[in-house]
Design a protein around this ligand. Structure first.
Ligand code: SF4
Length: 387
């Protein structure tokens, strides 16, 4: 396939390491970084670290040693995404808006570009929630910037992602006009991060576990599994169950959505949320997604809520991850994320104390006016580039 016609923009790789080194060296910039869940499952592969050695704490240490001022974990904003997207789903579902077609997740820019270019009439079915990357950028330039007394224009937001398409997503048109520019100023892939570590002569064996900085420190196991196919759906169902019934389900109650069928790449699940039955589906890989959309459009299947990830296996298999000739490690990396979730002290996004504090001190509640301005988007605000 021709690089200039890649429908998801995932083939337009650009090296941003020099740009990030310049921002770190700029005395007027406060560099604030976030690290996506899937990065922790793969970054050590390129540096010769074992799975046990390649902790997320050591990624935080490497960023601080590169000169980044504040470091955070995208699991925080994955939890925030669940609060917004989960509430949006329940609102649209109870209003009867999903009787004909489902609500689709919107956190994968490869998928958002695909639906915009191939099925534009389905764009209104996308959740309006921004992705965790974009939400975190918006929160860093407002809530966090205010807390440290820095103007938004002096905050330089950096994200470390498993994904090349996230570089395009950062150019998304903003709703909120109180700061100039973008939610995110630079995106580095997992491969670019490891190149920066190497070129700065940081020896991986000297890295130590370092905690995230305060205010947005916590992330739940539900946020961690965002990096694997089915993870967003499972995290959303855990919190939707709580929102509907007032009680937490067993943390693994919805694990049926973890492993889509190898042949179709799709899993279907009928789950009970209080008295309501919700039909959910999870799909990864755009070929599988096209088949699923055709089945929906031809009335062969009906779902209320569908999670789509462009990369087979989800972000753990993203285009910015280390590449091993002839080997596909997405499944193994996904297992690693589920292991981290099982052992996490927090398993529910709605129990994240830093997310609760963000709402009580700043956003008021999910889907509030401020939350809409900062955490949601209009998918029609930007046009697909002409081929
Ligand atoms: Fe990026 Fe792939 Fe994850 Fe989509 S599934 S956000 S394209 S890494």
């Amino acid at each position: 396939q021709c690089i200039t016609h890649c429908p998801v923009g995932a083939l337009h790789e650009r090296d941003d390491t020099e740009k990030v080194f310049r921002a770190i060296a700029d005395p007027n910039k406060v560099v604030v970084a976030q690290v996506a869940p899937a990065v922790r499952a793969a970054w050590g592969e390129a540096l010769g670290l074992s799975r046990e050695e390649a902790t997320v704490g050591k990624i935080m240490d490497s960023l601080k040693r590169l000169g980044v001022d504040y470091v955070f974990d995208t699991t925080f904003s994955a939890d925030l995404t669940i609060m917004e997207e989960g509430n949006e789903f329940l609102q649209r579902f109870t209003k009867g808006e999903l009787k004909l077609r489902p609500m689709f997740t919107s956190c994968c820019p490869g998928w958002v570009r695909f639906i915009k270019s191939q099925y534009p009439h389905l764009v209104p079915q996308l959740s309006t929630a921004k992705s965790p990357q974009q939400m975190f950028g918006a929160v860093m330039k407002t809530y966090f910037a205010e807390s440290i007394g820095v103007k938004p224009e002096n905050i330089y937001t950096l994200s470390i992602m498993p994904c090349v398409a996230k570089k395009g997503e950062r150019n998304m048109e903003l709703f909120y006009k109180e700061y100039a520019g973008n939610d995110i100023d630079a995106v580095l892939t997992t491969r670019e991060l490891t190149r920066m570590i190497r070129s700065s002569h940081i020896s991986p064996s000297t890295l130590v576990d370092r905690e995230c900085d305060p205010l947005m420190k916590e992330g739940s196991g539900a946020g961690v599994i965002f990096g694997a196919t089915g993870g967003v759906m499972e995290a959303a169902l855990r919190s939707a169950h709580y929102l509907v019934t007032g009680k937490n389900p067993e943390p693994d109650a919805f694990k049926i959505v973890r492993s889509p069928s190898f042949e179709t790449g799709v899993i279907e699940a009928e789950v009970q949320l209080g008295s309501a039955t919700v039909k959910a589906a999870v799909v990864s890989g755009l070929g599988n997604t096209r088949k699923l959309l055709e089945a929906i459009e031809h009335g062969e299947v009906h779902y209320d809520f569908v999670e789509v990830m462009a990369c087979p296996g989800g972000c753990v298999g993203g285009g910015g991850q280390p590449i091993h000739d002839g080997e596909e490690l997405a499944h193994e990396r996904g297992e690693n994320l589920y292991f981290l979730d099982t052992n996490a002290p927090l398993r529910f996004s709605h129990e994240n104390p830093d997310v609760q504090k963000l709402y009580s001190d700043y956003m008021e509640k999910p889907l509030s006016h401020k939350a809409h301005m900062l955490l949601h988007t209009d998918h029609n605000a930007w046009e697909m580039p002409k081929a």
